[in-house]
Design a protein around this ligand. Structure first.
Ligand SMILES: [Zn+2]
Length: 480
C-alpha cells in the first residue's frame, strides 16, 4: 500500500468500584432496570455530586501502571450535549486539566516491541443506556449505568496497523485487569473502544482526514473494522475522491463501516468547569501510598515466569495474559513442582474449557470446578506413573464435569495405569501372535510398523498400559 495507517484509540474502561462516581448508588452490572438510581444520578434539581475517593485511587493506579504523570491538580468539566441517556444534559468529565498525562504502553507485534504513547487518561461518568425494543416501537432508558465511574484512555496516533491496534487493546485490558480496577468485559461494555483512523502517503508527516469508528464490541471487530476502514480510505483516495471527517459505525454482520454523523468538534460540547465540584487535588503522599499497593504487572510477571519456572517465552506470555490464569498457574506449581507439564495443561485444556464456557473475562477462574490442587494432583499421578497422559485427558474431563478429585476418579473407574510387566507382556505377545505377517515385514525393515503395534497393545489394555513399558517390551520382543 502506498499509504501509511495512522490510528489512535480512545478506550473507555468502567471502574470496579462498589458505588458510582458521584453518588452512593451501586455500580454493579446486571440489576433490574433503573434500580440503582437516586436523585443525583437521575439529575433531580438541587442534587449535588460528591466525588468517590476510591474511583480516584483506581485512576491513579491506572496512571502509574502506564507511566503517566499524575497531575497534582486536575479539574472537572461539563461536556454538554443532549441525549436521552444523559439526564443532566451534560456529562461530568475532565477536559483542560486531566488527572493523568503522557505515559505509554509497550506492545509486541511479529516479534518487534513498540512503545505506543498515551496522550492522557481522564475520569468521567458513564451515561445510561437506551434500549430499543424490537417488538414495539418503544425506546426505553435504563439509568443504572448512569454515573458509573469511567476512565477514558486516549492514545497518541502511534498505531500503524489493525494488528497493532488489537495488540494495544489486549495489553491495556490485561494491565487494567491486573490492577483489578476493570473487569475488561467487552460484551457487557465495561471495556469499550473508539478508533480514530486516517491514512497518509508513506514518508509524509501531515495527518490525513480522520474518521472515528464506533460500535466495536470485541477485539476481533476492532481489528476488522480498522482494516476495512484503511482499505476504504485508500481506495477512495486512489480513485481521486475526498474523505470527510465523520463518525462511522461498524456493522459486524455486513463487515462494513457506515456513516453515522459528521464528526463533532470539541467546541460543539461547550466545555466549561463544573461549578458543583472543587478541583481535584492529589497529594504526593497519596500517589506514593497508591504506588505501594501496585501489583506485579504483566510484563514483569512474564519475565519472572521464564526465569523462575524455566518456561519458554510463549508459555509465559499466554499464562500471564490474564491475572487470574497466572495466579491459577502459580498455585498449581506450588502443589506439584512440574512447571512445564502444568503449563501445558493450563494453556491447553484449561483455556479450552474457559473458552467453551465463555468464561473470558477476568476473575472467573476462581470459581471454576478444577481447583489448582486438583490439577496439580492429576499431573502428579502422571509423573508417578499411576496414570498415562492419555487417561489423564479423560480424568480431566471428569473433574470438570463432576468436581471430583483425580484420585477419586481413577479409583472409581479403575483407570490406574498397568505398569506390571507381566500383564503388558501378555498383551504384547498376543498382538504379535495375531499379526505374524506384519512382524515379518517389520523385521524385514519396515520400521514404521512399530507405531501400529504400540496402538494395538494400547487398545488391548484400554489405554491403561504404561506407554514407556509398552515401547520397551515391544522393542525387546521384536528384536528377539
Ligand atoms: Zn445515584
Amino acid at each position: 500500500m502506498p499509504y501509511e495507517a495512522v490510528i489512535g484509540l480512545e478506550v473507555h474502561a468502567e471502574l470496579l468500584t462498589e458505588s458510582k462516581v458521584f453518588c452512593g448508588c451501586s455500580a454493579k452490572f446486571g440489576a433490574p432496570p433503573n434500580q440503582n438510581t437516586c436523585p443525583v444520578c437521575l439529575a433531580m434539581p438541587g442534587a449535588l455530586p460528591v466525588l468517590n475517593r476510591r474511583a480516584v485511587e483506581f485512576a491513579i493506579r491506572a496512571g502509574l501502571a502506564v507511566n503517566c504523570e499524575i497531575a497534582r491538580l486536575s479539574r472537572w468539566a461539563r461536556k454538554n450535549y443532549f441525549y436521552p441517556d444523559l439526564p443532566k444534559g451534560y456529562q461530568i468529565s475532565q477536559y483542560e486539566l486531566p488527572l493523568c498525562l503522557g505515559g505509554w504502553v509497550e506492545i509486541e507485534v511479529d516479534g518487534a516491541t513498540r512503545r505506543i504513547g498515551l496522550t492522557r487518561i481522564h475520569m468521567e461518568e458513564d451515561t445510561g443506556k437506551n434500549i430499543h425494543d424490537a417488538h414495539s416501537d418503544a425506546s426505553l432508558v435504563d439509568f443504572n449505568r448512569c454515573g458509573v465511574p469511567l476512565l477514558e484512555i486516549v492514545s497518541e496516533p502511534d498505531l500503524r496497523s489493525a494488528q497493532e491496534a488489537g495488540a494495544y487493546l489486549r495489553k491495556l485490558r490485561t494491565i487494567l485487569q491486573y490492577l483489578e480496577i476493570c473487569d475488561g468485559n467487552m460484551e457487557e461494555g465495561s471495556f469499550r473502544c473508539d478508533a480514530n483512523v486516517s491514512i497518509r502517503p508513506r514518508g509524509t508527516r501531515a495527518l490525513g482526514t480522520k474518521v472515528e469508528i464506533k460500535n466495536m464490541n470485541s477485539f476481533r471487530n476492532v481489528e476488522r473494522a480498522v482494516d476495512y476502514e484503511l482499505k476504504r480510505q485508500a481506495q477512495a483516495l486512489q480513485e481521486g475522491g475526498r474523505l470527510v471527517q465523520e463518525t462511522r459505525l461498524w456493522d459486524p454482520d455486513r463487515e462494513v463501516t457506515r456513516p453515522m454523523r459528521s464528526k463533532e468538534f470539541a467546541h460543539d460540547y461547550r466545555y466549561f468547569p463544573e461549578p458543583d465540584l472543587l478541583p481535584l487535588v492529589v497529594s504526593d503522599a497519596w500517589v506514593e501510598a497508591v504506588r505501594t499497593t501496585m501489583p506485579e504487572l504483566p510484563d514483569d510477571r512474564c519475565q519472572r515466569f521464564q526465569q523462575q519456572y524455566g518456561l519458554p517465552a510463549y508459555d509465559a506470555e499466554v499464562l500471564t495474559m490474564r491475572k487470574d490464569i497466572a495466579d491459577y498457574y502459580e498455585a498449581t506449581v506450588r502443589y506439584h513442582h512440574n512447571p512445564k507439564a502444568l503449563s501445558n495443561w493450563v494453556m491447553g485444556d484449561v483455556l479450552r474449557i474457559l473458552r467453551e464456557r465463555k468464561l473470558d473475562s477476568a476473575f472467573v477462574i476462581h470459581d471454576w470446578p478444577v481447583a489448582p490442587e486438583r490439577l496439580a494432583a492429576m499431573v502428579e499421578l502422571i509423573d508417578s506413573g499411576e496414570i498415562s497422559g492419555k487417561i489423564a485427558k479423560a480424568v480431566f474431563e471428569e473433574m470438570v464435569g463432576t468436581g471430583k478429585t483425580p484420585v477419586q476418579i481413577v479409583e472409581e473407574q479403575g483407570l490406574k495405569q498397568i505398569s506390571d510387566a507381566g500383564a503388558i507382556v501378555a498383551a504384547v505377545e498376543q498382538v504379535l501372535a495375531n499379526h505374524p505377517d506384519k512382524v515379518a515385514e517389520y523385521r524385514g525393515g519396515r520400521d514404521k510398523l512399530f507405531g501400529f503395534f504400540v496402538g494395538l497393545v494400547m487398545k488391548a489394555t484400554q489405554g491403561k498400559a504404561n506407554p514407556q513399558k509398552v515401547n520397551d517390551l515391544l522393542r525387546d520382543k521384536l528384536s528377539a
